[in-house]
Design a protein around this ligand. Structure first.
Ligand SMILES: Nc1ncnc2c1ncn2[C@@H]1O[C@H](COP(=O)(O)OP(=O)(O)OP(=O)(O)O)[C@@H](O)[C@H]1O
Ligand SMILES: [Mg+2]
Length: 271
C-alpha cells in the first residue's frame, strides 16, 4: 500500500504532472481541462482522491508501476499504442462476447497505464450505459454521472473527473440509462464523442462498452470509434462465441483479443 501511495505522489510531482496552476504557461487547447506547456491544469475538471485499498480490491493495479502484474498491461499498452499511432487512431472501444470477461478492469488499467507511462492524456468513458461500473471500481463520488447530463440536470464539464492522476480523466456514469442504444447513437452523444476526441492534441479515448451478445449497444456505437479491443475470459468464453463476435466486428478495426483471467503463471525473465 505504501508503494502505491508513493507512486501516486511521484506521478503528481512529475514534471508533466502537477495539478496546480502554472502561471504564464502557454495554453495549447482549452475547454474542460486545459493543456498547457508542461503541467496539466485541471481548473474546470473536478479532482478527487482515490482510495488505494479500494483500487486493489477491484484489481486496479497499474496505479503501481512496481506491481508485478502490471507487466501484462505494459505489454498491452505498448501494442495498442503502436497500432493506434501507426494508423493515427485516437478512439478505442473495449467489448467482449459475454458479460464479466473483465472489460471494465482492462479498460481502467489500460487507461491508467497510458496516462502514467506515456505522454498521452487518457480519457476513460463509461458507455456501458446499462451496467455502468467504472465509477464504482475507481471509487468515484456518487454525485457525478453522465446520466444527469443526458437528463439535462448538469453541464457536460461537470461530468468529468480527474482521479488525482495527471493526464487521466474519467467520464463516469452512476446509474443505468433507458433506451441506451438510441442514446449511444444520438446526435448528443455523437457530439460528445467528437468533442472529447478533439479536446486535446495527444489524447487516447477509451470507451468501456457492454458485451456484444447481450445487447446491440456496442455494435451500434462502434462506428463512432477508430478501433476495438475484444476481451475474452480464459476458461469461460467459448471459441464459438469468439468466432461469432469476430464476424460481428468485421466492419470494425479489431486491434486484437485480450485473454483475461488466465490462470497460467507468467514466466518472468529477470525477476
Ligand atoms: N484477470 C482477472 N482475474 C480474476 N478476476 C478478474 C480478472 N479481471 C476481472 N476480474 C473480475 O471479474 C469480474 C468481472 O470483471 P469486469 O467487471 O471488469 O467485467 P466486465 O466484462 O466489465 O463485466 P460486465 O459485462 O458486467 O460489464 C470482477 O469481479 C473482476 O474483479
Ligand atoms: Mg463492465
Amino acid at each position: 500500500m505504501e508503494r502505491i501511495k508513493e507512486a501516486i505522489a511521484k506521478a503528481r510531482e512529475s514534471k508533466t504532472g502537477g495539478l496546480t496552476d502554472a502561471p504564464g504557461a502557454a495554453r495549447k487547447a482549452v475547454k474542460g481541462a486545459d493543456v498547457i506547456d508542461g503541467p496539466i491544469v485541471y481548473n474546470q475538471t473536478r479532482v478527487v482522491d482515490l482510495d488505494l485499498g479500494h483500487l486493489e480490491e477491484n484489481r486496479i493495479i497499474t496505479i503501481d508501476n512496481e506491481d508485478p502484474n502490471s507487466i501484462s498491461f505494459d505489454i498491452l499498452r505498448t501494442q495498442v499504442l503502436a497500432k493506434m499511432e501507426a494508423n493515427n487512431w485516437r478512439t478505442l472501444a473495449i467489448t467482449s462476447p459475454t458479460p464479466a470477461c473483465g472489460k471494465t478492469v482492462v479498460a481502467i488499467n489500460l487507461a491508467l497505464s497510458i496516462a502514467k507511462q506515456t505522454d498521452y492524456t487518457a480519457l476513460l468513458v463509461d458507455f456501458d450505459l446499462r451496467r455502468p461500473q467504472v465509477a464504482a471500481y475507481l471509487g468515484l463520488p456518487k454525485d457525478i454521472s453522465f446520466a444527469d447530463y443526458l437528463d439535462g440536470k448538469i453541464e457536460f464539464n461537470d461530468t468529468l473527473v480527474n482521479p488525482g492522476i495527471p493526464r487521466f480523466v474519467v467520464l463516469p456514469n452512476r446509474r443505468p440509462v433507458k433506451n441506451s442504444t438510441e442514446i449511444l447513437t444520438s446526435r448528443k452523444v455523437k457530439s460528445v464523442v467528437a468533442d472529447l476526441r478533439d479536446r486535446y492534441e495527444k489524447r487516447i479515448c477509451i470507451f468501456d462498452l457492454p458485451p456484444l451478445k447481450s445487447t446491440d449497444d456496442a455494435i451500434a456505437f462502434l462506428p463512432q470509434v477508430d478501433c476495438v479491443l475484444m476481451v475474452v475470459a480464459s476458461g469461460e468464453t467459448k471459441p464459438s462465441e469468439v468466432k461469432d463476435c469476430r464476424r460481428q466486428l468485421q466492419s470494425s478495426n479489431l486491434l486484437g483479443v485480450v485473454l483475461n483471467k488466465s490462470t497460467e503463471v507468467a514466466k518472468t525473465y529477470y525477476y
